[in-house]
Write a protein that binds this ligand. Structure first.
Ligand code: FAD
Ligand code: NAD
Length: 484
């Protein structure tokens, strides 16, 4: 068996792994990056990009459906499912192509193809791709950036090979006639709503009540109401069961009891399982490496350094499951790679304000502290409904509700849960105000154009000053000291 000694081994060549190898090499370390699957990253190949491409097609279909509201009557709308999916794949392949070029520019001695597992904190065994050979790597530090995989609930496990996950959707030749979406989280709602708007009969099923990651009761109420008006939602279902449909037609029979105990049954051509994703940590030898686990059974990981316990092991991206998002994977890869290269000189980095966006219509966002993370005694709440917001009504996109939170002592904005038009943009504005440590008054001093959806955010900020019962003068004193 071949053996090699390097400074850093990176397991996984996704966004986090690519960032880690780059940061480690920049810090002067010798690096090996091991990849088991296809190059190209989850984000470009089966995640962020193809899902947004499908949503773009759904937006086009929706615009045609909505046109009569404005007195515009496009005739003869027809969705060509094959063409929709061909464009998704063609554009997706273009994005993947850029990542492949970037990956191929990495020196050949850095790239190893095969499946890696830890024998100790600094020894990694690789089952090399396409051979029975193994390679043993001795390193000073290891970065684990192995990503995540769809979670299949136990009752669906026997049918797993026949069910669809998000990655399968982008390989469909044509749009199916009907889809049961199991799990109305971020992926389920994004893909399910897009399919629905492209003419597929879609129904969502969950044993829970939550939709995406909204927990503010007022925002959640509006999210439920708006999505329930548009789509078939079966929440808090009991005795949920899926079996293969008999006969030539194929597909699946879904049986359930709704929240009131009423039984239901329907046939669907496809069942799309989007019940969450789990970090790819099994079979990696974490126990042999002495990785400490917390009381939730997860590796004891410090998000500021990405270090696991005090070991020379660093976790990054979806494998860390801190915030399983693209920009976080990229940041964590860079932090992990730098710290692995300089081990044992491990440095902490201040993380960005949390920001997550769900690309439904209306869009959903959680910024900074979510409702569940708030100290409710300490925080005031401001809000706006988009029902009568000027620009939203102009565009006939006047659905949604936004709640913004701020600290009662300092007036500083600390979080928001958002549902409404153009939330992908307004959520960024709020994330930036939070990261800059702005008070609600400082945010209100920023320019607001007219007529824009940002004026809705201004209304919420004004309502927040009322709830805080603070004057601008008070807030300035709290920020700069009583002498001001
Ligand atoms: C449908 C969908 C839509 C999404 N949309 C968005 C979005 O709009 N915005 C956003 O911010 N995020 C989005 N995400 C999340 C985002 O894609 C992920 O957070 C991000 O891609 C994670 O990157 P990563 O480097 O951790 O993992 P990956 O890119 O998955 O890389 C992990 C790599 O490790 C390899 N690997 C695993 N085990 C081993 C092993 N033992 N040995 C060797 N190699 C191994 C895998 O083959 C894989 O290539 C979406 C995800 C999905 C599924
Ligand atoms: N726009 C984006 O940024 C974007 C898009 C897609 C994915 N992502 C990332 O990927 C992560 C994973 O997304 P996801 O949608 O797979 O997970 P999720 O946690 O968002 O949603 C999982 C859903 O499945 C439900 N569920 C759990 N167990 C179930 C069961 N047994 N039966 C039916 N439903 C069940 C949950 O209640 C939840 O609604 C997200 O949290 C996010 O970080 C981000």
């Amino acid at each position: 068996m071949e053996e090699r000694s390097v400074d850093v081994v990176v397991i996984g060549a996704g966004t986090a792994g690519l960032g880690a190898q780059s940061a480690a090499r920049k810090a002067g370390a010798s690096v090996v990056m091991v990849e088991d699957g296809p190059y190209g990253t989850t984000c470009a190949r089966v995640g962020c990009m193809p899902s947004k491409l499908l949503i773009a097609a759904a937006d086009a279909a929706r615009a045609v459906d909505q046109a009569p509201i404005f007195g515009v009557h496009p005739e003869g709308k027809r969705v060509d499912g094959r063409q929709v999916l061909e464009r998704v794949r063609a554009e997706r392949d273009r994005f993947v192509g850029f990542v492949l070029q970037q990956t191929e520019r990495i020196p050949e001695e850095v790239r190893v193809r095969g499946r890696a597992r830890l024998l100790s904190p600094t020894r990694v065994r690789v089952a090399l791709e396409g051979s029975d050979e193994e390679l043993e790597l001795n390193a000073r530090a290891v970065v684990i950036a192995t990503g995540s995989s769809p979670y299949i609930p136990p009752n669906l496990k026997p049918l797993e090979a026949k069910l669809s996950t998000s990655a399968d959707v982008f390989e469909w030749e044509d749009l199916p006639e009907s889809v049961a979406v199991v799990g109305p989280g971020v992926i389920g709602l994004e893909l399910g709503q897009a399919l629905h708007r492209l003419g597929v009969r879609v129904a969502f099923f969950s044993p829970f009540e939550a939709l995406a990651h909204v927990h503010d009761p007022k925002v959640s109420e509006v999210v439920h109401q708006v999505f329930d008006e548009e789509m078939e939602l079966h929440l808090k279902v009991d005795a949920f069961d899926v079996s293969e449909a008999p006969g030539e037609e194929g597909g699946f029979i879904v049986r359930w009891h709704d929240a009131q105990g009423t039984p239901g049954e329907a046939r669907f051509e496809k069942v799309l399982v989007t019940a969450g994703r789990r970090p790819n940590l099994e079979g990696l030898g974490l126990e042999q490496a002495g990785v400490p686990f917390n009381d939730r059974g997860r590796p004891d990981f410090d998000p500021r350094t990405t270090q696991v316990g005090d070991l020379p092991i660093f976790l990054a991206g979806d494998a860390a499951n801190h915030y399983p998002l693209l920009h976080e994977a990229s940041d964590e890869g860079r932090i992990a790679g730098g710290n692995a290269a300089n081990f044992p000189d491990v440095r902490a980095e201040i993380r960005r304000v949390p920001l997550s966006i769900t690309f439904t219509d209306p869009q959903i966002a959680v910024v900074g502290k979510s409702w569940r993370e708030l100290d409710h005694e300490q925080c005031g709440v401001g809000e706006v409904s988009y029902t009568n917001q000027g620009r939203a009504r102009v565009m006939a996109k006047n659905k949604g509700h936004v709640r913004i939170y701020a600290d009662r002592d300092t007036g500083r904005i600390c979080g928001a849960e958002m549902f409404g038009p153009s939330v992908e943009h307004t959520a960024h504005l709020l994330a930036w105000t939070i990261q800059c440590g702005m008070t609600v008054f400082e945010a209100l001093n920023m320019p607001f154009y007219h007529p824009v959806v940002e004026e809705g955010i201004r209304s919420a900020l004004r309502s927040l000053t009322g709830d805080l019962r603070m004057t601008a003068g008070n807030a300035e004193k709290l920020r700069y000291g009583p002498g001001t």
